[in-house]
Design a protein around this ligand. Sequence first.
Ligand SMILES: Nc1ncnc2c1ncn2[C@@H]1O[C@H](COP(=O)(O)OP(=O)(O)OP(=O)(O)O)[C@@H](O)[C@H]1O
Length: 254
Amino acid sequence: MAVLEVNGLKKIYTTRFGGNRVQALTNVSFAVERGEYVAIMGESGSGKTTLLNILAALDRPTEGEVWLNGRALSSVSEKEIAAFRRQNLGFVFQDFNLLDTFSVQDNIFLPLVLAGRHYPEMNQCLRPIAEKLGITDILQKYPYEISGGQKQRAAVARALITAPQIILADEPTGALDSRASDSLLSLFGEINREGQTILMVTHSTKAASHAGRVLFIKDGVVFHQLYRGGATNEEFFRRISDTLTAMATGGANA
Ligand SMILES: Nc1ncnc2c1ncn2[C@@H]1O[C@H](COP(=O)(O)OP(=O)(O)OP(=O)(O)O)[C@@H](O)[C@H]1O
């Protein structure tokens, strides 16, 4: 069953005085099945952030529709949208987006606090997640006291704590060194194997090679897609690289 369905998305940005029109998305359609791990790649300016903003209900498309867990985003009112986002989506950003004045634990609790949950329940949700992510020892620390890799683990814990339908990750390894990246990618693989649906936007071929499917966006459409099949990460890495090279040199449907 599809958790996310994207149908005919078009986005035209118009400048305030209506002079310049930029078509960021032309016609984007795809579906993400429950339990899938999908990476989205595309050159700078190809519309990836625009797409993520629409999926996160932070922006509305000019045309087209997004269904999340069977509900059309256009049917969610402005009043409901924050709660809807919290109940269904988990976010992991390139720059972590942790609040510096909150401890790691309070950062992770934040979505539950906003949902009006009580401390014992929050604590019960947190323990197994912190354990799995290896951050139990740093829960009382502040973001400025921990490493980038630990910050990203805290951000993943915050995304997981509401048991979201899907995790939307925007360049999650972008600010990490290679060791912390590898460790985050194995963590994503692990939570995906446990059933978590993940959609990740990335420039990194290495990161994409951990996904089960890669969508390539070009000229505002899904230009091509690759399924991992039975390939190893190394084999999938090579196929993704070859596709990116073919796209950059104008090759169609590599
Ligand atoms: N608020 C906006 N107003 C006008 N044009 C915009 C706006 N946001 C994005 N664009 C334009 O839409 C197109 C797609 O931008 P977008 O940021 O979605 O690309 P991207 O693939 O995420 O790029 P990057 O990889 O560099 O982050 C670009 O031409 C960009 O200049």
